[in-house]
Design a protein around this ligand. Structure first.
Ligand SMILES: [Zn+2]
Length: 433
């Protein structure tokens, strides 16, 4: 991810600029992108960040606390989400996560034991030396867009790039479409598949996977299996769904652990959780009505331009059959419902979900399960896409043990998830087969 770290990074930026212009002359091929990633994170000479005063002040003013709270089952975890805790990790008898300091007394007043608590600025100190220059291999918004443009330009016969709508700060949400007979907004009757990443700002790995999957498909377009999918399917890849949040997260050269979009809430806090803003059991479970909470569901279903853009995009395309929404982290392959502990009632659909999740779990090494087995969370993309549009929609929690696992994780995660994504394409013409 590109850093705005000023003069400190001057030498690095120069190096980077050279790489960048070199890149533009050549094809944005999958292998090339990967080797560039590897060389960037293996480079020993990257400068380490130093924080300017404004960044330090911002960190100190972050109102969140990092807490460890007792919780032993999915119902307790769901309750904690509703009280405003943004769960980061699940242990056997506890969870850790962020909570706005105003919401902390609520948790303490219920029957949960707060085992540890730290201010955000104290907690984040432990990560200082890792960030962020070493992570410059990740693609920021501009770099992601540049690659998408290049992929589209290099494959004009089957690829087109357009925006599905604007974010709350006015950025375009780009989609790369792969279809051998239809471009741009033209309708297609071929079975469709959507791959979307980065609903949550700080989950930067979830941008890399679909971005590199696009490069992989185009690089291997002569491979007989891939060729068949490119000729018979209507494929949409949206690597960065929440660019405002993703850019904000890296805007100072110091990660902000930001999850939501950039909505300015009426009480002065920032952001709505886009993966709680879809209109299926909206705000009922595992969501918070407190605007400062990281799981804030918004003022109404689809109150946010990003989720509304996805709604309109999907509803305008009746041919979409499958969807994969990438998140991080935890190594899980999740299927609906997320907003209910009940299984999907239609048995045929349920069996298809389980079979596909199991297979993708096998291909990635991730754990397949019903989303609410983790905790219930209302209003996510996948519940809505299945309930309202009959789409076989999955959430992948990518591997890793942190939101910021470093750049060395990218290659393996991409390789594994390409296998699962290709499998999902193989099922898109008939998910019941
Ligand atoms: Zn997420």
């Amino acid at each position: 991810m590109r850093l705005v770290l000023l003069s400190l990074l001057l030498s690095f930026s120069q190096l980077y600029a050279v790489e960048k212009s070199d890149e533009i002359q050549k094809n944005a091929s999958f292998e090339k992108i990967l080797s560039e990633l590897v060389s960037r994170y293996e480079s020993p000479s990257l400068p380490s960040p130093q924080l300017d005063e404004e960044t330090l002040r911002e960190l100190q003013n972050d109102d969140r606390m990092f807490v460890k709270v007792s919780a032993s089952d999915k119902k307790e975890r769901t309750k904690l989400l509703e009280l405003g805790l943004d769960i980061v990790e699940i242990g056997k008898n506890y969870v850790t996560g962020f909570i706005h300091k105003n919401d902390l007394p609520l948790i303490e007043s219920k029957s949960f034991a707060v085992l540890e608590k730290k201010t955000f600025s104290d907690w984040v100190k432990q990560f200082e030396k890792d960030f962020p220059a070493a992570d410059s291999a990740y693609h920021n918004y501009k770099e992601t867009y540049d690659y998408l443009v290049q992929l589209a330009n290099d494959n004009k016969d089957i690829a087109s790039l357009f925006s599905i709508g604007k974010t709350i700060e006015g950025r375009d949400i780009w989609v790369l479409r792969l279809n051998s007979s239809a471009k741009g907004q033209t309708k297609s009757s071929k079975p469709g598949a959507i791959f979307v990443g980065n609903h949550h700002a700080r989950e930067h790995l979830s941008n890399e996977v679909p971005l590199l999957f696009a490069a992989y498909l185009l690089d291997n377009r002569q491979n007989p299996e891939i060729k068949k999918y490119l000729e018979t399917l209507d494929i949409y890849i949206i690597p960065m769904f929440n660019p405002d949040g993703a850019e904000y997260d890296i805007s100072t050269g110091k990660y902000k652990w930001h999850r939501k979009n950039m909505r300015k809430n009426s009480n002065g806090t920032i952001g709505v959780d886009l993966n709680r803003n879809y209109d299926t059991t909206w705000c009922r479970y595992g969501s918070s009505t407190s605007p400062g909470a990281d799981t804030y569901c918004g003022t109404a279903p689809f109150s946010e331009p990003e989720s509304a853009a996805m709604r309109d995009f999907i509803l305008a395309r009746k041919n979409i059959k499958t969807l994969q929404s990438y998140h991080s982290y935890g190594g899980m392959m999740l299927y609906p419902w997320g907003g209910s502990y009940d299984p999907v009632p239609n048995e045929k659909d349920r069996n298809a979900f389980i079979k596909m999740a199991d297979k993708m779990g096998e291909l990635t090494g991730y754990d397949p399960k019903q989303s609410s087995d983790l905790y219930a969370a209302s209003g996510d993309t996948c519940d809505w896409a299945y309930e309202k549009a009959g789409i076989f929609a999955f959430t992948t929690e990518l591997e890793g043990s942190s939101f910021y696992p470093g750049a060395a994780i990218i290659k393996g995660a991409v390789d594994r998830n390409i296998k699962a994504a290709v499998y999902l394409l193989s099922m898109t013409d008939n998910p019941y087969k």
